[in-house]
Design a protein around this ligand. Structure first.
Ligand SMILES: Cc1cc2nc3c(=O)[nH]c(=O)nc-3n(C[C@H](O)[C@H](O)[C@H](O)COP(=O)(O)OP(=O)(O)OC[C@H]3O[C@@H](n4cnc5c(N)ncnc54)[C@H](O)[C@@H]3O)c2cc1C
Ligand code: SF4
Length: 504
């Protein structure tokens, strides 16, 4: 095993890890060695062909359908330089005050997080799209909300030179979506931060002067053919670092720390894992809509989130995912898919509670296993969200609405005044409704004691002064909004603690 020495090792290059290396660029400029390890590869836009199944396999772990143990929910997250920011839509929302105040963590202040998040909004060119760039799907969402007297909020999206190809979740073929692979990591590399791809960190452990990483650089041919090799020769490396920052995301960070043996001293490690379970609804209109043209998402309705624990967003999904989301089969399913170009789409999302038994564990090979169940309050929130979405569809002029928790699943305008009765928890059978989650959180939650948390409010793993976490796994509870800006703000907050340690 070859030995490598460095000052700081960062594991994972997504929203969290990409932010950390950008903040640590000043160390690299000052001559310190900072290395960013990413188990995936670096993909350029020439790989992004917009074909749904190809891109799901290339960009997402488990093809975007990583199952939880009871198969009631599938999880979407990405690997490769940029992590899930390669496939995110770019919805750029600030952390809500009520959630940060509820966390009640000394040193984690809402105003401070917002200031950091605002700086990333500027860095990522997040802005409100002008009227002509808003497509029919978003216009109908806004129209439906307005007709109901509800406030549809337009949010900023982080694009530069967007050509409106609507492929954001399949990797932007135009380099227009601002993820960490586009903005923060190139800046860090220009300052001297080293990037090592196809480098999976198997374990981390304490050494005499910091941490020791067991890194495996893959020699295997990439399953998707000709793809850039790692910057290092394939093989095993023992990397000695004064400080280690874990940013593998909410599934892999707890798994890495568990297989490294930290679970013995940290009873909460992997626990309080949470996500914002979501599913797609469609409304059928009488004429074609410009859904597959234009940026897919600009509006949300979140007025009920504090009380009813849901929010809904305009969205656009590709035919395969849409087909998977439509409950039923046979002629009705076929007819609805044939109407694809006339479908308005809305994503409904629920905010669930972080519970100790919702958790990441590891299997015999040390790989993550996610134990997550849809709890009754979450199903209630999804049903309330579905009722709200159905109202928006009909108010926007839809002829029919497909809702998996409705009976019948296809509601017509005649059902419009009976939505509350038609859509019910009774019809929501976990496993038979296609639910997925892309907002994954917790498992290495911040806090003040080892009985309730894994890290301090500054992301330092309890009892391990050399080891930090800086990603979505830090969240003590669901953030109740699209999370990437909060992940970046928190990662930047953790990076300041790392800078302070490195300057001593
Ligand atoms: C389809 C999709 C759409 C989304 N849209 C939005 C949106 O519009 N707005 C928003 O706010 N949020 C969105 N999100 C969520 C957002 O992308 C995530 O919250 C955010 O990227 C999480 O950051 P992270 O650093 O925790 O993990 P990630 O960004 O997932 O990065 C983790 C990285 O660590 C690497 N890694 C893991 N383990 C190891 C290891 N052992 N060794 C080396 N490398 C490792 C992984 O390969 C990965 O690249 C979306 C997510 C998805 C999947
Ligand atoms: S809509 Fe814009 S940001 Fe999204 S994939 Fe197309 S060009 Fe890229």
């Amino acid at each position: 095993m070859s030995r490598i020495d460095c000052d700081v090792a960062v594991i994972g290059s997504g929203a969290g890890g990409g932010t950390v290396v950008a903040a640590l660029a000043e160390l690299a400029r000052a001559g310190k060695r900072v290395i960013l390890f990413e188990k995936g590869t670096k993909l350029d836009r020439s790989r992004f062909n917009g074909r749904e199944v190809d891109m799901a396999e290339l960009l997402f772990e488990a093809g975007g359908s990583f199952p939880v143990v009871d198969h009631s929910v599938t999880l979407a997250f990405s690997e490769g330089v940029g992590g899930s920011t390669q496939v995110y839509t770019g919805t750029s929302l600030l952390p809500p005050k009520r959630v940060i105040e509820r966390w009640n963590l000394p040193g984690v202040d809402h105003a401070d997080l917002c200031e950091r998040a605002e700086a990333f909004r500027v860095q990522n060119n997040a802005h409100l799209l002008p009227g002509p760039d808003i497509n029919d799907n978003n216009r109908l969402f806004q129209k439906g909300c307005e007709a109901l007297g509800w406030h549809a909020e337009q949010f900023p999206v982080n694009v530069k030179g967007c050509k409106g190809s609507s492929l954001c979740n399949l990797g932007c073929p135009n380099d227009a979506k601002m993820g960490t692979q586009q903005v923060q990591i190139p800046a860090a590399r220009a300052a001297g931060v080293e990037l090592v791809t196809r480098a999976k960190v198997r374990t981390v452990r304490a050494g005499d002067a910091g941490g020791i990483l067991d890194v495996e650089v893959s020699a295997a041919p990439h399953p998707h053919g000709k793809i850039a090799q790692s910057e290092w020769e394939p093989g095993r490396y023992e990397v000695h670092a004064h400080t280690v920052v874990v940013a593998g995301g909410a599934v892999h960070s707890p798994a890495l720390l568990l297989r490294s043996g930290f679970g013995l001293d940290l009873p909460v490690l992997g626990r309080y894992w949470t996500c914002q379970p979501a599913h797609i609804l469609v409304g059928e209109h009488d004429k074609p809509l410009t859904n597959a043209i234009g940026h897919p998402k600009s509006f949300l309705y979140d007025q009920r989130v504090a009380e009813d624990r849901y929010f809904v967003e305009a969205c656009m999904y590709f035919p395969f995912v849409t087909a998977k989301n439509l409950t039923g089969f046979g002629p009705e399913h076929h007819r609805l898919l044939k109407a694809y170009e006339r479908l308005q789409m809305i994503l409904v999302l629920a905010c669930d509670d972080a519970l100790p038994d919702q958790r990441v564990t590891i299997d015999a090979a040390g790989e993550p296993v996610v134990h997550y169940k849809l709890m009754p309050p979450t199903i209630t929130a999804l049903c309330k969200a579905t009722r709200a979405a159905a109202q928006i569809f009909f108010a926007a002029g839809a002829l029919a609405v497909h809702a998996p928790s409705a009976r019948p699943t296809l509601l017509t305008r005649a059902d419009k005044d009976h939505i509350d009765a038609r859509i019910s928890e009774r019809h929501f059978l976990p496993g038979s409704v296609s639910v997925s989650a892309a907002h994954l959180m917790g498992g290495c939650r911040m806090g003040t004691t080892t009985a309730t948390s894994v890290t301090t409010p500054h992301g330092q793993v309890h009892g391990q002064p050399w080891l930090y976490v800086a990603d979505a796994s830090l969240f003590p509870t669901a953030i109740e909004v699209n999370p990437y800006l909060t992940v970046m703000a928190l990662a930047d907050h953790v990076a300041q603690a790392v800078l302070a340690r490195e300057s001593h």
